[in-house]
Design a protein around this ligand. Sequence first.
Ligand code: OSB
Ligand code: MG
Length: 371
Amino acid sequence: MKIDRIELSLLRLPYVHFFETSFGRAYDRTFILVRVEADGLVGWGECVAEERPLYSGETTETSWHIMRDFLVPLLFEKKITGPEEFYRAASVYRGNRMAKAGLELALWDLKAKAAGLPLSQLYGGTRAEIEAGVSCGIEDSLPDLVARVGAYLDQGYRRIKIKIKPGWDVAACRAVRDRYPDIMLQVDANGAYSLKDMEALIALDDFRLLLIEQPFAPYDLWDHAKLQKKLKTPLCLDESVLSLDTVRAAIEMGSCRIVNIKVGRVGGIVESMAIHDLCRESGLPVWCGGMLESGIGRAHNLHLASLPNFSLPHDLSASRRYYREDIIDPFIELSGPGTIRVPDGPGIGVNPVASRIAKATVRREEFRGLP
Ligand code: OSB
Ligand code: MG
């Protein structure tokens, strides 16, 4: 296989409903689509870096720069075609994991299409359907939040995550729990707390939450370990989990009992699978986080989530939860109450729609290797 052409596109898609976290409110998403052509096949990846460096230090512009000036030349110069080979070669560059993952995903899609297999089969996935979940942003009022949770439950979702921040935490959990005493509920702070907020965090222990996600800053494995000792509820790390090594340290320190795996944040599928395997050996369940991906990134997540230790419900919802016009055909839908089927066609198993991609594209650049 020889890579003929790589195309990067910057897309902007409006959300169906604004999404507010402890970082602020967003009305749309800007992200980079990666399209790689080889031997008449096309592989697709999505780089989940956001426009502003809030969730991560990477942005759409840093990722574009790293892909254009370092990763794409590396691929062409070394005549790399396989995702594992790309992962090893790209590891000479530090950080920039979302940029690396965007390209690696496209190479995985190509590899699976060349083999005529769905990605999940290439990964050793064991599930045909995964447990879906919805991540609910911060709303203008508690009644708005409860109404939104109710609407998602009516659509069939069975696990709800709510975003919290200081001042929107205990009351938000109480409002949802009072109305829905038995649902699977969890919270995500995106690192908005510090040790001085211990009291509010310990109060969350009373709401029978599945987990509390990333209360403290990303680098802060130590304070997470201190908090975990004081809680019955499992802590789950998101932003802190950058690599296999951080997961090993977190497990040894007791910083969490559950791990959220995001393929972009950890720098690709190879790293995600290594984290999955370590957590499995260590007795920690993992689940697949989301970055409000388009259908292309979400299809990739569905395949990853088919691995055996992805045993808690995921931040994986139907296309219409996010976008009115998702860029794939068919849309991702719930296949039963709270479940989504893993696509079973070759590669990502969903079809990108050129016209919708063109409509959402704000910039594009193509690269070709030497003949
Ligand atoms: O912290 O999990 C997060 C979206 C963007 C950035 C960070 C996060 C999220 C979500 C959305 O919670 C989950 C989804 O894609 O459904
Ligand atoms: Mg999170």
